[in-house]
Write a protein that binds this ligand. Structure first.
Ligand code: ADE
Length: 244
């Protein structure tokens, strides 16, 4: 899959996307991340990418010409690509959106800055607008990295263990159960004995109970949408979850 990123801060992307699973996926040719500097598409001699808002007001607005110029150059360079503007005014990004995007051959991510992007870009030149949460970042760059990371790990071969992406929180709508590793005792805090018992069925039930309890306490919105089985209800009733 090819990610085409439009930004005025290309160097922000070099290190974060070169590390870990995403970095490995690039090295192995499973994904390609192309970072384009919007400034290179500004035609005026000062390479201006922003200007004052019509109607007055604080801040600067990103000009349409450089962004649309970059979009046209990208569209001309290969198969049709879906273009997404990262903006706090977009629809909320979630695992289902990541899954849908992972099916595309090529994706353009436009990182907005300043007070926003000229409305005509959003309306006429992008297919979608995405927000990664109800908070305002200084720009769409970190949001674009979130999208690249979460979409990449769903692509075949990227995680190595194909089961992992399917197993994790939100692929199924419960939060993941707690995980422990060595040492058995860390500063007096011990691993729950059930995980050492060796009985897979007992462990499976304990994990399911923990996952349900965690979802109920931390994400009541997700819990309300769950279709609980008779076993799930029993696990929630019978288990002692302590005070956490
Ligand atoms: N740009 C600024 N804030 C953002 C957010 N929450 N999501 C996506 N892009 C953004």
């Amino acid at each position: 899959m090819i990610f085409e990123i439009l930004t005025i801060f290309p160097s922000m992307f070099s290190s974060p996307l070169a590390e870990g699973m995403v970095g490995k996926a690039c090295d192995r040719g499973l994904i390609e991340i192309r970072v384009h500097n919007i400034r290179d598409f500004a035609a005026d001699r000062h390479h201006m990418t922003d200007d004052r808002p019509f109607g007055g007001g604080e801040g600067m607005v990103m000009k349409p010409e450089p962004i649309v110029g970059a979009l046209r150059a990208i569209q001309a360079s290969g198969p049709a690509a879906r273009s997404i503007l990262l903006t706090p005014r977009g629809r909320m990004f979630d695992q289902e959106t990541a899954r849908q995007l992972s099916l595309l051959p090529r994706l353009v991510l436009i990182c907005g800055r300043y007070e926003g992007v000229d409305e005509r870009v959003e309306q006429y030149f992008t297919d979608d607008q995405i927000s990664i949460g109800d908070y305002v970042l200084t720009g769409g760059e970190l949001a674009a990295m979130v999208v690249v990371d979460s979409v990449s790990r769903l692509l075949p071969g990227v995680l190595g263990n194909e089961g992992s992406a399917l197993e994790d929180s939100f692929s199924r709508p419960v939060l993941e159960h707690p995980q422990y590793t060595r040492p058995r005792d860390f500063e007096g805090l011990s691993v729950p004995p059930v995980l050492l018992c060796g009985n897979h069925e007992t462990i499976r039930r304990w994990r399911r109970g923990q996952a349900l309890h965690r979802t109920r306490t931390r994400r009541p919105d997700l819990f309300a949408r769950l279709d609980l089985s008779p076993e799930d209800r029993k696990l929630l009733e019978d288990s002692n979850f302590g005070d956490r």
